[in-house]
Design a protein around this ligand. Structure first.
Ligand code: DX5
Ligand code: ZN
Length: 222
């Protein structure tokens, strides 16, 4: 299986984001995950498109922007212009989900849709034609370092079956509490893009070693 790692900059040193981005790329991370929070959809405020734009020249990784904001349709164009290649909106945050997803593709980015743990897969079954990535949240969004919710494993498996049935290649991303232990379980269930923050940052062995360990676990190694 082709697993991609998406380090979340939320757990990196915000004073040295360009170094963090370069470090992830050097370690072989395919994606770089940006957690954009507005203080409304989720309690904290993080950063906006200026940070994405500022890092664009520091990295060749795929920029994966996770918009945890109310009415994300307001920001699609500016994040695409800043260099986002995947723009993911929450199904809970936008009234006209299909239109919002279509608007992401219209500006040349891949369209992602995220589901909070309590949101059923039925929220997206009618819009899959407009989706390139499904993000199953494995914690409630807003904070790094939370505990993986075990009930999400069967949701991931159901999402994988749903995407398989639709016949197109759609990424299945997971985000929240992903570590070497949970990576194996979610990949077995069908996830192919792993977001990880606290499992990668703040450990003595460094980010590169942590990314390697995550990948090994995801592929079923010891
Ligand atoms: C949480 C964010 C995540 C967060 C994950 O709302 O969407 O991307 O950074 O952090 P960990 O891996 O620590 O759970
Ligand atoms: Zn995220």
């Amino acid at each position: 299986m082709n697993v991609r790692i998406a380090p979340s900059l939320l757990s990196a040193d915000f004073g040295a984001l360009a170094c963090a981005a370069a470090e992830c790329e050097a370690a072989g991370a395919e994606y770089l995950h940006f957690d954009v929070m507005d203080g409304r959809f989720v309690p904290p405020i993080t950063f906006g498109s200026a940070v994405v734009r500022a890092l664009r020249s520091s990295s060749k990784a795929v920029f994966d922007v996770h918009l945890m904001v109310e009415a994300p349709e307001r920001f699609v164009e500016e994040f695409a212009a800043a260099g986002a290649q995947i723009i993911t909106v929450h199904a809970e945050a936008t009234v006209h989900l299909q239109r919002t997803l279509a608007s992401i593709r219209a500006v040349g980015a891949r369209a992602g849709v995220a589901l909070n743990p309590a949101t059923s897969l039925s929220a997206i079954e009618n819009v899959l034609d407009d989706v390139d990535l499904v993000l199953v949240m494995t914690v409630n969004p807003g904070f790094g370092g939370q505990t993986f919710i075990p009930a999400m494993v069967s949701k991931i498996a159901s999402a994988a079956a749903m995407l398989e049935k639709c016949g197109r290649e759609i990424d299945l991303e997971v985000d929240g509490g992903i570590s070497a232990e949970t990576a194996r379980v979610v990949c077995r269930a069908g996830a192919n893009v792993l977001v990880a923050g606290s499992a990668l940052y703040g450990h003595p062995e460094g980010v590169a070693m942590r990314i390697a360990a995550l990948r090994k676990a995801a592929l079923g190694g010891p």
